[in-house]
Design a binder for this molecule. Structure first.
Ligand code: ADP
Ligand code: MG
Length: 282
């Protein structure tokens, strides 16, 4: 849960001395109330409530998700696992506002996003959500540094240089910033893509099979980065994977089968996840 700070309702600039210059951003602007998370009871970063997603209609209808309710804690690394076709990507896309449920609610923080119009949802995605795709989707003519800040430049926002530098250092790319994607390994390219997803300091970062196109060494580098993004940078990460070893980097694994959440594991080990997946038939 979160609580509001006491609202002062004060108007800054009202008592500016005569002839004094009032900064335009302060003149006559009421002080906003600020949401302060209550220590020990952080609101979930995202959650879905009774969401279903149907594809097709009539006899051909497929329920990709069937009444799923789950909360994702802030500053946690969550993995979503399950057999092929169990609804993992559908759940991630609903959470990320890339698709809408047939029924149910989807929250990012306290905002219900499934009912937003397209334009508002697009802006919300741009400003509050990061996404890492299986294919890195980097622009080949731009350097790593340019790729990392490109979405913010397009949005007309000024990157926070200190934050971007801390991401670049955490991701181990400081000496590769001037390289173009073709001069980087697959693992390095995916780390650039992950740094790009984090550059705007989103509330939550979603990744759909981010290690799917990587060899195991590169995959381990990317996963170590996502882990450090949570531990050292306080980010919230949600990742779909079918790889038990990848899931073992997470704090929590949620298992899906046939559009339902069937179980979860905390502090997963690769062996524990593998055993569970065998039982699920994945
Ligand atoms: P996963 O990521 O776990 O492999 P998905 O979420 O992609 O599973 O898909 C869940 C189910 O929904 C599958 O049966 C899939 O065939 C179906 N599905 C997913 N996307 C579509 C779509 N665009 N049109 C029709 N069926 C779809
Ligand atoms: Mg999928």
């Amino acid at each position: 849960m979160s609580q509001l700070s006491p609202s002062t309702g004060r108007t800054i600039g009202a008592e500016a001395p005569t002839g004094g210059v009032v900064p335009p951003q302060q003149a006559g602007v009421a002080v906003d109330t600020v949401t302060i998370p209550t220590p020990g009871h952080p609101s979930p970063a995202a959650r879905v409530v009774a969401v279903s997603k149907l594809y097709g209609s009539g006899d051909a209808a497929v329920a990709a998700l069937d009444g799923v309710t789950v909360s994702l804690a802030s500053r946690e690394f969550t993995a979503i696992m399950g057999p092929s076709g169990s609804g993992k990507s559908t759940l991630l896309h609903l959470l990320a506002g890339l698709d809408r449920p047939t029924s149910g609610e989807v929250f990012l923080g306290d905002t219900e996003i499934a009912s937003l119009n397209d334009k508002t949802l697009t802006l919300l995605r741009r400003d509050r959500i990061g996404f890492v795709f299986q294919s890195f989707n980097l622009l080949p003519t731009m350097t790593a540094a340019e790729n990392i800040v490109l979405p913010m430049r397009i949005a007309g926002r000024k990157p926070d240089a200190e934050w971007v530098a801390s991401i670049v250092e955490t991701v181990g790319l400081t000496r590769r910033l001037g390289h173009r994607p073709s001069e980087l390994s697959g693992g390095q390219q995916q780390r650039v893509a992950a740094a790009r997803a984090l550059a705007s300091r989103p509330e939550i970062v979603f990744a759909d099979e981010p290690t799917g196109a990587l060899d195991s060494t590169s995959g381990a580098e990317l996963l170590a980065f996502l882990r450090r993004a949570v531990d050292d940078l306080g980010q919230t990460v949600v990742m779909v994977t079918h790889d038990a070893n990848a899931a073992s980097y997470a704090d929590r694994v949620i298992f899906l089968a046939d559009g339902h959440i069937v179980d979860e594991l905390r502090a997963p080990t690769a062996d524990g996840v593998l055993d569970y997946m065998k039982r699920l038939g994945g």
